[in-house]
Design a protein around this ligand. Structure first.
Ligand code: IPE
Ligand code: IPE
Ligand code: MG
Length: 257
């Protein structure tokens, strides 16, 4: 493989989503408590956000805590919540300074009250920023999200605001936690696991997937650049033929001229 710094990044994902996995194994390999891996993992977030700003990626969505992660041992869950609170407190001014808008998806109501308060404060304070939308998936599970979508649509139908046979993809998308965000162009999962683990099941329908063995605490800017370079080599077809896509591209170029 070429040195990543020499890699030619021809196309950058507009929306990058990451399943930040492998913190526990990183710590266990060093005979350290799992929480040390989580702490190290938080440090990586800062550099990944910076690199996204440098690359020109406009949306970054990070899977930080899943609906299923509530089932982990109590002390690990508590330590993760503590880390999240400290991360938010520490990052507040730096996010704002860098023009980043913070957003959250998932069942945020399940988070401890102090975290919800600081999260909502940052979301409010950064609402006018537009260099990057950083979305944290917290207490997020795609199946849970879809159940909530079904509940919202059913409530609208019962209220007479929507007739069930007219429900469209647009109506459904409007009820997703991610409404207002484009679908991810590129998904990175670290730690060698090749699964989605209940992340963005609807939104990932046409996302390019990328799996790396690197554990999240070891994931560096050079790994991110290598992944993005690989994204630039992918050919997305969205169910069409390559010839059809070429014709569409040529037409949009003509319009641009
Ligand atoms: C990802 O790392 C972080 C969270 C799920 C909160 P893990 O804690 O899942 O690390 P591994 O997969 O056990 O190594
Ligand atoms: C997915 O990782 C969730 C996060 C990274 C926050 P998990 O470690 O929870 O997923 P599984 O258990 O390996 O599928
Ligand atoms: Mg894991």
């Amino acid at each position: 493989m070429k040195n990543p710094s020499e890699q030619n990044i021809s196309r950058v994902p507009n929306h990058l989503a990451i399943i930040m996995d492998g913190n526990g194994r990183w710590a266990e390999q060093r005979h350290l408590p799992r929480i040390i891996g989580h702490r190290k993992g938080v440090e990586v977030v800062h550099s990944v956000v910076d690199e996204c700003l440098a690359l020109g990626t406009r949306y970054l969505t990070l899977f930080a805590f899943s609906s299923e992660n509530w089932g982990r041992p109590h002390d690990e869950v508590e330590a993760l919540m503590g880390l999240l609170g400290r991360f938010l407190q520490k990052e507040l001014s730096s996010l704002h300074k860098r023009g980043i808008r913070l957003n959250a998806i998932g069942e945020v109501s399940r988070l401890p009250r102090n975290i919800r308060t600081i999260l909502n404060d940052i979301i409010e304070q950064t609402a006018g920023n537009d260099s990057l939308v950083l979305t944290l998936a917290l207490s997020y599970g795609a199946r849970n999200e879809m159940v909530r979508v079904a509940q919202a649509l059913a409530a609208k139908a019962v209220a007479g605001e929507l007739s069930s046979e007219d429900i469209s993809e647009t109506d459904l998308v409007a009820e997703l936690d991610t409404s207002g965000l484009p679908d991810p162009d590129f998904l990175i999962r670290t730690s060698g696991e090749m699964r989605i683990s209940n992340f963005l099941l609807w939104q990932l329908a046409y996302t390019e997937l990328y799996f790396t063995d690197v554990l999240w605490p070891d994931f560096s800017v050079k790994h991110l650049r290598a992944a993005v370079a690989e994204y630039g080599r992918r050919h997305r077809r969205f169910g069409l033929t390559a010839a059809q896509l070429k014709a569409l591209e040529d037409r949009s170029k003509e319009w641009a001229d």
